[in-house]
Design a protein around this ligand. Structure first.
Ligand SMILES: [Zn+2]
Length: 99
């Protein structure tokens, strides 16, 4: 049984039975017993980038892909520089009411 941590989920990959399930991160993996398992047809893993994906159909046209969560993590990372400030919508700026 392979266990992978992505930013949002814990993935459990059962290579023997070719099935996987995802549970929310922070949940007890013991709960995975009652989680819904899904069949997969191929598992592709790229340790270099941390990306991984599973094929959902036999023809391998539908994939579910994700990335490993790392510490520190460039994707969710708990890093303050992640915060995004949005510019006000153009209509507000052009309205002239907020001078
Ligand atoms: Zn992350």
């Amino acid at each position: 049984m392979e266990r992978l941590e992505s930013c949002n989920s814990t993935w459990l990959i059962d290579e023997a039975l070719m099935r996987f399930c995802r549970i929310p991160r922070g949940c007890d993996p013991a709960n995975a017993i009652s989680a819904s398992w899904q069949r997969y047809f191929s598992f592709s893993d790229d340790p270099e980038t941390g990306a991984f994906r599973v094929a959902l159909d036999e023809t391998r046209t539908h994939w579910l892909s994700s990335c490993r969560h790392r510490d520190p993590c460039a994707r969710c990372g708990g890093e303050v520089t992640r915060e995004v400030v949005l510019a006000p919508p153009p209509t507000v700026a052009a309205g002239g009411a907020l001078t």
